[in-house]
Structure formats: structure tokens, C-alpha cells
Design a binder for this molecule. Structure first.
Ligand code: FAD
Ligand code: THG
Length: 817
């Protein structure tokens, strides 16, 4: 497409929507040299009537997600540099204050302060007096403390949109308002342009930055856009005496009262109040009135005072001075929610050249635009954005029923204290493995991931834990945890356990070009004889880790790939020539991991094939039968024990489980869940992609250099790795730590200090039951084993020590038997 337009010509981009996201994207694209950018907007500029047109613009950067925090940080920096026509910056760093009125919230603010420290956001938990100094209108009897972030504040969304529009226009971008996109044209699976009420616009790339109209634009392109527009109430009070004569729009920090789902900002002599406390009020994006037909603007619905009444009482309780005021004006403003609260970014798998920049807050707008512009112009964003990747939702998770249920839930829970393992309640169960009935009988405590019901531990194993001495846990780390997990870990190390590996993503790569594709797309040498399994990495062009894979060569032209995120399929599909076929076979198949020193005693009698160490060595695969069930057996284990992953089709899964279960009774087999699984892999030092390493890290930094074969010929990322190696030692490493106090635990995302100074953050962590202490992996500068560090967990310091890897079984005696 691009080539047809001649060498050097800038690709033609059409951006749908001139809200803050569309304007920022045009700016970021043109800043990177793409000049043929047309932004089409159905409403009138400068305030076209989408969510941006009335956003109160509060920016709190700290988020559980590092990616969102970095996007917010960039937005704040950029808007701080931009000037509005009145000469003032587009960001006003009045600071942020989140107050606690309950002990649970106060504890959570300490956790949040840890997140802020991990992601490099300045902030501190302050006492009630300091909260009152920052916000004198607060009721002194109500506030237990607060989290103060001096760099947060107010984004001026419309001036910021305008400033970015102007700089984009100066570099050649066109902005056409009162132009409604009505269709997306495509040929051969690629976009070729858009149709509007003012004519057609050819394009090589179309970006939907249409805010809550995203599903409407998506439908034109045949792409699901899993977001739900919801109305959210915002009101402004009548003037307050206490603010009379205020010279500036705002001087006090933006304020959150999350125990009551409220936030506040000043509007010179008034207070603006936003509420998430009311019922979810979904809006159908297909029937939203057009600009000229809307009473105010399309994103603004009439204020429903009765919905606001409880919030008003809560606001008055927090800020008693409000009693002398009332709601002067208010509205129900519409914006987007997704099933997991994260934006929807990236290029569609079905329609190439069709990109989404949807469900983005003002807070993250410039950061999102930068990431997407990098992605479009350079092929990758410099930030790890996998948590925002639109491919993360599978078919069932894109169904309207699912999107409505989950997205409304996100609205309700937006300010709730949510444990990192907490699964949403509905709609469940959604995806289940063939073993689900047996797991339920064993009292599985199911958590959910990727729509799958995943046993975390089994209550049936709780009695086994009675003989174990386990240190007591704090309430937070004891949530979604059970001593049964310790018993399951122990049984895996001492006897044998069955693990449901069904949710592990499986891709089938077949055809004459299969080997060539995997050789070019991944780092290890997979040109080995059928029967070999290879641990290999997917890198991007900059050498960042997109995934770690196992590639099992089942036949000359047939590989089975053990993968991580849905994006892995996209990466391979993009790189695949016509003579390769790639299918995601996860849904129709299943897998049991049988691991432990007695695994061979259990499995060998069930098959006529030789499963001895000589018969099927480590990282080897073969087809065999377990009883009646044809299986593909792969001798590898993420838990560091002898055993196999046994794959079969979904219809035979239950039979496979039952056969193994029955045969295992005399060996004391247990069913074991992810809680034990995670503990065991941490002891063994096996990294979890997405948590321990991402596209922001190279294999050498992540300790995965052993999976890179520089001598095998060219592969994606090789050049970049060479260039980086020439620059010397990596400045940071994924480092194993053990906690000094045997009773201490951390869970991940906590800040790590070396010599008392912030030095990095914990990626994943868990109690190592074999080691008898907590293991934590962390990104840190290179440190010698034995170096003392400390981690901060809920505001408390806990001592830890840099450990030598692997922590468990360095001689491999548990595996090579
Ligand atoms: P929009 O601003 O909605 O822009 C999309 C544009 O696409 C619209 O202008 C629309 O007209 C155009 N469009 C749609 N369809 C077509 C078509 N077919 N053809 C041409 N153009 C089309 N965020 C924060 O970070 N902090 C806050 O404090 C905050 N408070 C909020 C309070 C309220 C009451 C509301 C409603 C939202 C709030 N938000 C806040 C969220 C924030 O406003 C939005 O997330 C953000 O403005 C979305 O920007 P956007 O550019 O993606 O979408
Ligand atoms: N099983 C299968 N595929 C997978 C995983 C799995 N793909 C995704 C993810 N999990 C990959 N992660 C790992 C991590 C470590 C190992 C296997 C998969 C592993 N590593 C050994 C080591 O580091 O010593 C062996 C490496 C080697 O010999 O090259 O076993 O769980 N099917």
C-alpha cells in the first residue's frame, strides 16, 4: 500500500476523532516525521462534544499498572510544557491528595505509596494534620491520613487538545471538523480509507480515537471494540465563602475520597465533585444524539439529582463547609469503561492498518499517543503496553454481554480496594478445562485469568497442611491464600501432583515454512530433530522480550508452541509467509502437568512406551497413550521436578485426568493449584513473562541469555542485541532476593532500596515452601550475591538479601533422573 505511493512518501493516516487522544496522536505522529495525517471530527472544533469537552481533568498518576503510571507521567510532563492561549501551562501541578477515612484505606494508601515509589512517582503518606494543612475544608474528625503526591494536579483538556492540534497542524496535519466518518474501506484484509458525509479519504492507516463511539467505528471495520460507555456524575457547587476572592482556578491538591467514591477539585470559588457512587448508567453509543440534536453536547446527559443525593451527603460530611452551598450545575457525562479498566490500543488482527486508541483517560492521553505513534512509525512502543493490547480479550470476552457486565463492574469498583488476585464475580464460570468437575469436587478455590477458571489450591489438601509449621500471614497476604498451597508444593517436591495446564496458550505452526519462521522469529536454535523441545524467546526489533516460548517439534513441518499472551499469535502471524499455517489450538485441547519424584512411577505403568530418562529425555517430546487417551507428552516442568506435560483433545481430558488420578492414589497424588505452582517456579528461578520481564527488557538483563543463539543466523532483535552488547554490561538485572525474616512476605510491585536509596521494584514474589522463606524477583542494578537490601511492604521495611540462582536444585537432581 505504502510502496504504491512511491519511496519516501509519508504513510497516509486518518484519525477518527479530535478529542484529546486524536489531537495528541496527530502531534506525536507528525513529530516522528509522518506528515500525511488527517483528523476527522464529527463535532465542531474546538469543543467537539466528546468526553474531552467537559473533562474536569484531574490527574493522579499512581496506578497498579506501571504502564499507565508512565503514560500519566508523560502526559503531565508534556502538558506542563504546552501553553494555553491565556499563556498558562496546560497542566497545573496543584498536587494530589487521597484521603483515608477507614483503617483499610489508610493501609491501602501505604500500599499505593509503595507503588508510587516503585514507579518513581514522588509521594508520601501524611497524617491528618498535614491533610488539613493541604485542604483546610476537610472535617478534622473524619480523616485518618492521606497520600500526598505533589506532582499530580489538573490537566486543562481543551487547551491541551488545542495546543497539540496547533503543533500537529504546523507540521502538516489537517483537522476537519463537522465531518462524520460513516464507513471504513478495506481490501484484502487491509484498510484503504474512510468514507464520510463529506467524501472519501484514502488511508494506509486508520486510527479510531473516537472515545466512547469506538464500538461504532469498530463495527465499520468489522472489529470488536470491547468498551461500554457509562455516564458519570459531575457537579459544581454554588460559591463557598471560604473560597471567596480566590484569584486562581485552583490552589489546593486534587482530592479523592475513595471510601465514598468521590473526587473533588476547585473551580475558583466553587468546588467540583465527581461521583462513582451511583448505579452504572450505560449509554448505547449507536444511539447517542448527533451534536446538533444534543441538548448540550453528545457526551453530556441531564443531571439526575436523585442519583447524586447520597454523594452530596458524603461530600458534605467530608467538607462541612459545603452545607452552606448546593449543586449549582451538574451533568451526567459519558466516557468509556473496558472489562479490565485498561485502554484498548494496537492494530486489529482482522483488519490491518486499523488501529485503536480507545478508552483512554485525559490522564494517560499523551502517553498513549506517544506509545501508539512509536508503534505505528517504528513497529514497537518503547513502553511495555501488553496490558493495553486490544488482542488481550478473546472472543467470549468481546461479547456484548461480557463487555457490559464487566465494564459496569469496573465503574462500580473504580475506587475499591481490590486485592491483586481478586477475581470479578460475574460472568463466571466462563472458560473451564475438562477437569473442572473433578476440581470442584476437590474443593478448588478458583481464581480467574483470561476468562479461565484456574484452581488456586484445593480445600481437599487442607488436612495435609496440618503437619506443616507455617509462619502467620498478615490479612492482605492471607487473602486468596491457604495453607493447602504449602501442602501441594510439598507434595510436588516429595511425591507427585497433577496441575491443570489447560489455560497455557498453545499454537500449532505447520507447513513447509514452519521451521524457517521460528528460526527467524525466535532466539534459540529450533532446527533440531522431531522430538526436541526448545525454550526460545520472541523479541522485538529492539531486542525486548515479547514472550518466552517452548517450541516442540512434533514432526518435520509441525511445531507446537507453548506461548503466553494472545499477542504472541499476532507476532507470529505477521512474520509468517504463505507456506506456514498458525492456529491457536488452546480451546480445543487440554493439558495436565504430572510432576514430582514419583511422576514416573505413576505414569509409566499407564503406557507401553518407554518413559525412562533414556527413553524420553529432558526437553524431549513424543506421542504416546495414557490408557485409552492419545497424548503428546513433553518432558519439561515449570516447577522444577521430574515429569511431563500431557496434552490431548478436550473431549478426552476428563478420561486423562481420571486415569492419572486413579493410578496416582497409591503414590499419594494430589491435585495442585497455581498458588503452589508459582511458589515452586520462583524457587527454581523460572521467569514469568509479563510479570518478571517484558518488552522493556533484553534477555541478558532478564537472565535468559542462555536461550539466545547468536551463531544460528539472523533473527528478529539480533542486531539490537549486538549493538546493546557492544555498549557493555546491562545497567540493571532481574535479581533474585530472599527475605531475611522467615515469616515475611511480599507480593510483587513493592519498591526495593539499596543502601537506603530507591533502586528498583519487585516483579513477582511468593513464599518458597521448600526454602522456608519468601522469594522475590526484582529489577535492580547489578549486585553481588549476599548484598543486603530492603523492601517496603505497606510502609514497613523488610530486610532481604541478593541470592545466588537458582535457589533450588542447582544440580538438577530433581529433573534429570
Ligand atoms: P473524546 O473526547 O470523546 O473524543 C472522541 C471524538 O471522536 C469526539 O469528539 C467525537 O465527536 C469524535 N467522533 C466519534 N465518532 C465519530 C465519527 N463517526 N466521525 C468523526 N468523529 C467522530 N479523565 C481524566 O483523566 N481525569 C478526569 O478527572 C476525568 N474526569 C471525567 C469526568 C467526566 C464527567 C467524564 C465524562 C470523563 C472524565 N474523564 C476524566 C475521562 C476523559 O474525559 C476521557 O477519557 C477522555 O476525554 C477521552 O478522550 P478521547 O479523545 O478518547 O475521546
Ligand atoms: N510449558 C510450556 N510452554 C510454556 C510454558 C510452560 N511456554 C510459556 C512459558 N511456560 C515459558 N516459560 C518457561 C520457563 C522456563 C522453562 C520452561 C518454560 C524451563 N526452563 C529450563 C531452565 O531455565 O533451566 C530449561 C531451559 C532449557 O533447557 O533451555 O523449563 O510451562 N510447554
Amino acid at each position: 500500500m505504502t510502496a504504491a505511493r512511491g519511496r519516501g512518501a509519508s504513510p497516509r493516516v486518518v484519525v477518527v476523532g479530535a478529542g484529546i487522544v486524536g489531537c495528541s496522536l496527530a502531534d506525536e505522529l507528525t513529530a516522528r516525521g509522518w506528515t500525511d495525517v488527517t483528523v476527522l471530527e464529527q463535532g465542531p472544533l474546538p469543543a467537539p462534544g466528546g468526553s474531552t469537552s467537559h473533562a474536569p481533568g484531574l490527574v493522579f498518576r499512581t496506578n497498579t499498572s506501571k504502564c499507565l503510571t508512565e503514560m500519566a507521567r508523560y502526559t503531565v510532563e508534556k502538558l506542563g510544557r504546552l501553553r494555553a492561549p491565556d499563556g498558562r501551562p496546560c497542566f497545573d501541578a496543584v498536587g494530589g491528595l487521597e484521603v483515608a477515612t477507614t483503617p483499610a484505606r489508610l493501609a491501602d494508601l501505604h500500599r499505593k505509596a509503595g507503588l508510587a515509589a516503585s514507579w518513581g512517582v514522588e509521594g508520601e503518606v501524611v497524617g491528618p494534620e498535614e491533610c488539613l494543612e493541604l485542604w483546610p475544608l476537610l472535617d478534622p474528625d473524619r480523616v485518618l491520613g492521606g497520600f500526598h503526591t505533589p506532582g499530580d494536579g489538573l490537566a486543562r483538556a481543551l487547551p491541551a487538545s488545542r495546543a497539540q492540534r496547533e503543533s500537529a497542524a504546523a507540521r502538516g496535519a489537517r483537522f476537519l471538523d463537522r465531518t462524520t466518518v460513516t464507513g471504513i474501506e478495506q481490501r484484502g484484509g487491509r484498510v484503504t480509507g474512510v468514507v464520510t458525509d463529506k467524501g472519501a479519504f484514502p488511508a494506509d492507516h486508520v486510527v479510531s480515537a473516537a472515545g466512547f463511539w469506538g464500538p461504532v467505528i469498530g463495527r465499520m471495520a468489522g472489529v470488536d471494540v470491547p468498551l461500554l460507555p457509562l455516564a458519570h456524575q459531575y457537579a459544581r457547587t454554588t460559591p463557598l465563602d471560604a473560597l471567596a476572592g480566590a484569584a486562581r482556578e485552583a490552589t489546593r491538591p486534587v482530592l479523592r475520597h475513595q471510601d465514598r467514591d468521590l473526587y473533588f477539585r476547585e473551580h475558583t470559588d466553587r468546588i467540583g465533585i465527581g461521583s462513582y457512587a451511583h448505579r452504572p448508567m450505560p449509554v448505547d453509543p449507536f444511539t447517542v444524539p448527533r451534536y446538533d440534536d444534543a441538548p448540550v453536547m453528545p457526551s453530556s446527559y441531564p443531571f439526575t439529582a436523585h442519583d447524586f443525593a447520597p454523594s452530596w451527603r458524603d461530600a458534605e460530611a467530608l467538607l462541612p463547609a459545603l452545607a452552606a452551598t448546593r449543586v449549582d450545575d451538574g451533568f451526567n457525562g459519558v466516557f468509556s469503561f473496558t472489562p479490565d479498566g485498561m485502554p484498548l490500543l494496537g492494530e486489529s488482527r482482522e483488519t490491518r492498518g486499523f488501529w485503536l486508541a480507545e478508552a483512554v483517560w485525559v490522564t494517560h492521553s499523551a502517553g498513549v499517543a506517544k506509545a501508539l505513534a512509536e508503534w505505528m512509525t517504528e513497529g514497537r512502543p518503547s513502553l511495555d503496553v501488553h496490558a493495553c493490547d486490544l488482542t488481550r480479550f478473546e472472543a467470549a470476552q468481546r461479547s456484548p454481554a461480557y463487555v457490559e457486565e464487566r465494564s459496569a463492574r469496573q465503574f462500580v469498583e473504580v475506587y475499591d480496594i481490590i486485592h491483586p488476585l481478586q477475581p470479578p464475580e460475574r460472568p463466571r464460570p466462563l472458560r473451564v478445562s475438562p477437569f473442572h468437575a473433578r476440581q470442584s469436587q476437590l474443593g478448588a478455590h478458583f481464581l480467574e485469568g483470561g476468562g479461565w477458571e484456574r484452581p488456586h489450591w484445593y480445600e481437599a489438601n487442607a488436612p495435609l497442611a496440618a503437619s506443616l509449621t507455617l509462619p502467620p500471614r498478615d490479612a492482605w497476604s492471607a487473602t486468596h491464600w491457604s495453607p493447602a498451597a504449602a501442602a501441594e508444593a510439598r507434595a510436588t517436591r516429595e511425591r507427585v501432583a497433577l496441575y491443570d495446564m489447560t489455560p497455557l496458550r498453545r499454537l500449532e505452526v505447520t507447513g513447509p515454512g514452519a521451521l524457517g519462521l521460528l528460526q527467524r522469529a525466535t532466539t534459540n536454535n529450533v532446527a533440531r530433530k522431531p522430538g526436541a523441545v526448545t525454550y526460545t524467546l520472541l523479541l522485538d526489533e529492539a531486542g525486548g522480550i515479547l514472550s518466552d516460548l517452548t517450541a516442540a517439534r512434533l514432526a518435520d513441518q509441525h511445531f507446537q508452541i507453548g506461548a503466553n499472551s494472545p499477542a504472541d499469535l499476532d507476532v507470529l502471524l505477521r512474520a509468517a509467509p504463505d507456506d506456514v499455517r498458525i492456529r491457536d489450538i488452546t480451546a480445543g485441547t487440554c493439558c495436565v502437568g504430572v510432576w514430582g519424584p514419583l511422576a514416573r512411577d505413576l505414569v509409566q505403568p499407564l503406557t507401553r512406551d518407554d518413559l525412562s530418562h533414556q527413553g524420553l529425555g529432558y526437553f524431549r517430546t513424543r506421542r504416546t497413550h495414557i490408557g485409552e487417551v492419545p497424548v503428546t507428552a513433553m518432558r519439561l516442568s515449570y516447577v522444577g521436578e521430574l515429569g511431563w506435560e500431557l496434552y490431548t483433545t478436550a473431549d478426552l481430558g476428563l478420561r486423562l485426568w481420571d486415569t492419572l488420578w486413579e493410578a496416582g492414589q497409591r503414590y499419594g497424588v494430589v491435585a495442585a493449584g497455581r498458588s503452589a505452582f508459582d511458589s515452586l517456579r520462583l524457587e527454581k528461578g523460572y521467569r514469568a513473562w509479563g510479570r518478571d520481564m517484558t518488552s522493556e527488557h533484553t534477555p541478558y538483563e532478564a537472565g535468559l541469555g542462555f536461550a539466545v543463539r547468536m551463531d544460528k543466523g539472523d533473527f528478529t532483535g539480533r542486531e539490537a542485541l549486538l549493538a546493546r552488547a557492544a555498549r557493555g554490561e546491562p545497567a540493571r538485572r532481574l535479581t533474585a532476593l530472599t527475605l531475611d525474616d522467615r515469616a515475611a512476605v511480599v507480593l510483587g510491585h513493592e519498591p526495593v532500596y539499596v543502601g537506603g536509596r530507591p533502586a528498583g521494584h519487585v516483579t513477582s514474589a511468593g513464599y518458597g515452601y521448600t526454602l522456608g522463606r519468601c522469594v522475590a524477583y526484582a529489577w535492580l542494578p547489578p549486585l553481588a550475591p549476599g548484598t543486603p537490601v530492603h523492601i517496603v511492604y505497606f510502609g514497613e521495611k523488610t530486610a532481604a538479601t541478593v541470592a545466588e540462582e537458582p535457589l533450588f536444585d542447582p544440580q538438577m537432581t530433581h529433573i534429570l533422573t
